[in-house]
Design a protein around this ligand. Structure first.
Ligand code: SF4
Ligand code: SF4
Length: 472
C-alpha cells in the first residue's frame, strides 16, 4: 500500500467513526431517517475501505476521497458576514417604519374585545371591519379551543399549563417600577452596570442575556391587551419608555418540544412564561432599588415585540417561521426583557447564517399544518423586509389542537440539542459560504422535511384515548 492509499484508509476510518457518532446521536434524538442514513453511510465507508484493497476499483475509491477532501476544504472558504444581520432589526428596514399596533395582535383581538362592548364596536366598525367576520367565526370555536384537545385533554399536562399561566397575572402588577423613594441613584459606570446586570440575569435563571437600546420604531404604537380590567388602557399610545433593554432567553426543554404539537410542549411554553415573568419582575425591581426605572416585559405586559429586540441585543436572528433563532438553542427559546433608564453598555447584533440557511431549508414551511409560514421570498411589512407569518391561520390551528403547536420550533435544524455534532454544523453555517448553500439540502436529505412527534419521557407521556374504565 502506498502513501496515498494509506492516507485514504485513515480518512475512511475517520469517516466510519463519524458515521457511528452520527448514528449514535441521531438514535438519541429519535431521528429514525437520520439513523438509517447514517447506517447507509457506514456501509458505504466499509465498502470503500474494502475497495482500497481491490486493484480494479482502488483508483475509483481514491478519486471519491479526493473529491470528498476538496468538498471538505471548500467548507473553509469564509462567508461574507451578513451586513443586514449585523445591523440588527434596522438592517432589514427598506421603507419608512410603521409602528405595530398591539390592538391588531390576535391575542389582543380575542382577549380584549368582548362582543357587544364599546371596544369591540370601535375596532370592528372603525379600525378593521375586514377582520370582523373571520374573528367572529373563530370566537365561535373558542380562541384556543379546548386546551389539550389533541391529547383528549390529558389532565396532568394541561394542569401544568394552567398552573404556569396562573403565575404571570400575579406579577403583572409589578411590571412598571419607578425608582424606589428614598433610594439614592446608584453611581456605576455603564460597563460595570452591564456586567452586574448580565451576571445577575444569568444567576437567577436566564440562559442567555444581551443589552440594546430601545428603538422607538419597534415599540407598539397603541396598547391592545387589557389586563386587570383596565379598559382605559386600550388604544392608549405607548410612549415614554426607558431607553435601554436587558433582553434574556429561557431555553425550552428539548424533550418537551419534540412532542409538538402535543401537550408536553404547551406545558413547557407555559412554564417558561411563568419563569420569564418571575425573572423579569425581579430584575425590574432590582433596577428600582438601584434608583432607576424598571419595566418588566412578559406575558402580562408587552410594550414592544420581543424578537427584534432580541436581535438588536445580539441574541440571534429571526428565522423564516418568525421565531428568534438563538445560538445553541435555535428556536427553542422564549424571550423576555426589562427596560430601564440605567445607562448600560450595549451588545452588537450577531450573524449565525440563519437568513442564508432559511432560504433553502423551508422545513418549517413544509411541516406547518396550517400553511402559515411562507415558502417564498421575504415581503415588506411595516417597512421591514421579513418572512411574514399568517398569524390568523396559525392560531386557527392552535384552536384545533388546543396547544400552541410549536412544530415549526421543533423541526428547525437550529433547535437540535447542543451536542458536538450540531455545534460543529452551526459553526460552519455561521462562517462558511458553501455550508450555508449546501447544508440545508444535506439536512433535508439526512433528516427529512416532514415533522412527526417524538416520544417523551414516561412522566410526560399522554394518551390520546382511554379505554372504558381505564385510568392513566
Ligand atoms: S405554530 Fe404550528 S401552525 Fe403556527 S406557524 Fe408554527 S407550525 Fe404553523
Ligand atoms: S426550519 Fe429551516 S427555514 Fe424554518 S426557520 Fe428553521 S432553518 Fe429557517
Amino acid at each position: 500500500m502506498n502513501i496515498l492509499s494509506g492516507l485514504v484508509l485513515i480518512a475512511d476510518l475517520i469517516a466510519i467513526a463519524a458515521c457511528l457518532y452520527f448514528v449514535f446521536e441521531s438514535k438519541k434524538e429519535q431521528e429514525a431517517r437520520a439513523v438509517r442514513n447514517g447506517l447507509a453511510g457506514l456501509l458505504i465507508c466499509l465498502v470503500l475501505g474494502i475497495g482500497l484493497f481491490i486493484p480494479v476499483v482502488k483508483m475509483g475509491v481514491i478519486l471519491i476521497f479526493i473529491l470528498g477532501f476538496i468538498f471538505g476544504l471548500s467548507l473553509f472558504i469564509p462567508a461574507r458576514p451578513n451586513e443586514k444581520a449585523l445591523k440588527g432589526a434596522k438592517g432589514y428596514l427598506v421603507g419608512n417604519p410603521v409602528r405595530f399596533d398591539e390592538r391588531d395582535t390576535v391575542f389582543s383581538r380575542f382577549r380584549s374585545l368582548i362582543p357587544g362592548s364599546k371596544l369591540y364596536d370601535t375596532y370592528y366598525s372603525k379600525l378593521h371591519p375586514e377582520k370582523k367576520d373571520l374573528d367572529a367565526k373563530r370566537r365561535e370555536k373558542g380562541f384556543i379551543g379546548n386546551p389539550g384537545s389533541i391529547d383528549n385533554e390529558y389532565q396532568p399536562n394541561i394542569a401544568m399549563m394552567h398552573a404556569s399561566f396562573d403565575i404571570p397575572p400575579f406579577l403583572g402588577h409589578y411590571a412598571f417600577n419607578d425608582p424606589e423613594p428614598d433610594v439614592p441613584r446608584a453611581q456605576l459606570s455603564a460597563k460595570k452596570a452591564a456586567d452586574i446586570v448580565k451576571h445577575l440575569t444569568l444567576h437567577i435563571g436566564a440562559d442567555m442575556v444581551g443589552i440594546c437600546k430601545v428603538d422607538p420604531d419597534l415599540v407598539y404604537s397603541h396598547r391592545g391587551e387589557i389586563h386587570y380590567d383596565r379598559q382605559d388602557d386600550w388604544g392608549k399610545e405607548i410612549k415614554d419608555l426607558p431607553s435601554y433593554a436587558v433582553v434574556f432567553l429561557t431555553e425550552m426543554n428539548h424533550g418537551h418540544v419534540i412532542s409538538a404539537p402535543h401537550t408536553p410542549t404547551v406545558a413547557e411554553s407555559a412554564h417558561l412564561y411563568a419563569r420569564g415573568a418571575y425573572l423579569s419582575t425581579l430584575l425590574a425591581r432590582w433596577f428600582s432599588y438601584m434608583g432607576y426605572r424598571g419595566v418588566a416585559e412578559h406575558t402580562r405586559n408587552y410594550n414592544i415585540p420581543l424578537p427584534p429586540l432580541a436581535v438588536n441585543a445580539g441574541l440571534g436572528e429571526v428565522g423564516r417561521q418568525g421565531y428568534l433563532v438563538a445560538p445553541n438553542m435555535g428556536a427553542r427559546c422564549r424571550i423576555f426583557a426589562v427596560l430601564t433608564d440605567m445607562p448600560l453598555v450595549v451588545d452588537k447584533p450577531i450573524c449565525l447564517g440563519v437568513e442564508e440557511f432559511c432560504r433553502a431549508c423551508k422545513k418549517c414551511a413544509d411541516s406547518c399544518p396550517s400553511k402559515s409560514i411562507p415558502q417564498g421570498k421575504k415581503i415588506v411589512y411595516n417597512g421591514y423586509s421579513k418572512w411574514k407569518l399568517d398569524e390568523d391561520s396559525c392560531y386557527g390551528y392552535w384552536s384545533k389542537v388546543g396547544t400552541d403547536c410549536s412544530i415549526c420550533m421543533a423541526i428547525c435544524p437550529f433547535s437540535r440539542p447542543n451536542t458536538l455534532l450540531h455545534k460543529i454544523v452551526r459553526l460552519f453555517v455561521a462562517r462558511s459560504k458553501v455550508a450555508q448553500i449546501v447544508f440545508p439540502h444535506i439536512d433535508n436529505f439526512l433528516y427529512g422535511k416532514r415533522w412527526r412527534p417524538r416520544k417523551v419521557v414516561p412522566w410526560l407521556d399522554y394518551r390520546k384515548k382511554l379505554d372504558k374504565n381505564e385510568v392513566y
